[in-house]
Write a protein that binds this ligand. Structure first.
Ligand SMILES: Nc1nc2c(ncn2[C@@H]2O[C@H](COP(=O)(O)OP(=O)(O)OP(=O)(O)O)[C@@H](O)[C@H]2O)c(=O)[nH]1
Ligand SMILES: [Mg+2]
Length: 296
């Protein structure tokens, strides 16, 4: 029985529903000195980031990092030997044969050290947690005051029949965060390994700030923290399009992004408006990036 890393998988959910796996038995030998057919290997796919531990001791056996990595977790038994194998010139039909041995059986503990694919960055209160609660099963705390989210949370997004991806909701970022303002930026290390950032802006008047200025300031904070992080591809979305002031404020925001040749998605995390387009775009970008490993 073999576990193999599959870059298309994001969860260990299958192992939650089925916990016992048996590889097929080899066949018995037959008359005319025939050997029985060997059974095929049972190959079970696991997501990248899976840690395999011994069920008893908890010892780490394998850490799946690369797509296609394989690890034999239980070997099949040795086949038996029929009496023909023991025939000699003087004993043509020995009564002696050797039975086959059973294969290995063991308990394993699978653990997924989640690696987010997408990190949501944005000022406090722009609706990051609301968005993740709408597109995944995660139910973070949502409130109309800044710094509601204190620690990063991960949610799994299953969009249509695309491979699911993991998205990280992180605390809000404000000007001076690289000096420690607000909650600082230490939590950004959780999105250092994501392949994509979703930059969320707020079109409502609730925060009294200007979305374009927020966009510029936040990107400056990111590059002061880590230029590599700031260099990650970003998908930009303007949230809270359901508020009455949105139609009036949107054109100016769009003009800015047109000028810098950046596509912007208009969404409402509250009503769900624009979310399919945004998710399609995230899925496309992720696919493009993982295509080297396995096309999707
Ligand atoms: N009208 C409207 N309100 C929204 C929308 N999305 C979020 N909100 C509201 O905005 C407030 C802040 O939402 P959160 O999801 O907690 O914002 P956050 O970005 O996670 O905030 P922090 O965790 O503090 O950084 C809440 O009162 C939400 O109900 C939206 O699309 N439309
Ligand atoms: Mg939040």
């Amino acid at each position: 029985m073999i576990l193999r890393a599959d870059g298309q998988l994001s969860t260990l959910l299958d192992f939650h529903y089925q916990q016992h796996y048996h590889a097929k038995r080899g066949q018995h030998g037959k008359g005319k000195n025939q050997e029985g057919r060997s059974a095929p290997d049972l190959i079970l796919p696991v997501p990248l980031g899976t840690l395999v531990r011994d069920g008893g001791s908890g010892d780490l056996l394998k850490d799946f990092i690369r797509h296609g990595d394989a690890f034999i977790v239980a070997r099949g038994g040795r086949g038996g030997r029929g009496n023909a194998r023991f025939a000699t010139s003087t004993r043509q039909a020995p009564r002696h044969a050797e039975p086959g041995q059973p294969g290995e059986a063991r308990w394993l503990r699978l653990e997924l050290k989640l690696m987010a694919d997408v990190g949501i960055v944005g000022y406090p209160n722009v609706g990051k947690s609301t968005l993740i609660s709408k597109i995944s099963a995660l139910r973070p705390k949502i409130a109309d005051y800044p710094f509601t989210t204190l620690v990063p949370n991960l949610g799994v997004v299953a969009f249509r029949d695309h491979p699911p991806f993991v998205i990280a909701d992180i605390p809000g970022i404000i000007e001076g965060a690289h000096h420690g303002a607000g909650l600082g930026l230490k939590f950004l290390r959780h999105v250092e390994r994501t392949s994509l950032l979703l930059h969320l802006l707020d079109i409502s008047n609730a925060t009294q700030r200007d979305p374009v200025e927020d966009y510029i300031v936040l990107n400056r904070e990111l590059s002061l923290f880590d230029p590599a992080l700031a260099g990650k591809p970003q998908v930009v979305a303007v949230n809270k399009m359901d508020v009455p002031e949105a139609p009036r404020k949107l054109p100016e925001v769009l003009r800015y992004f047109q000028k810098i040749k950046k596509k912007v998605y208009s969404i409402s995390a509250l009503t769900g408006e624009g979310l399919p387009d945004l998710l399609a775009s995230l899925t496309r970008s992720l696919c493009k990036r993982s295509a080297k490993e396995k096309p999707c």
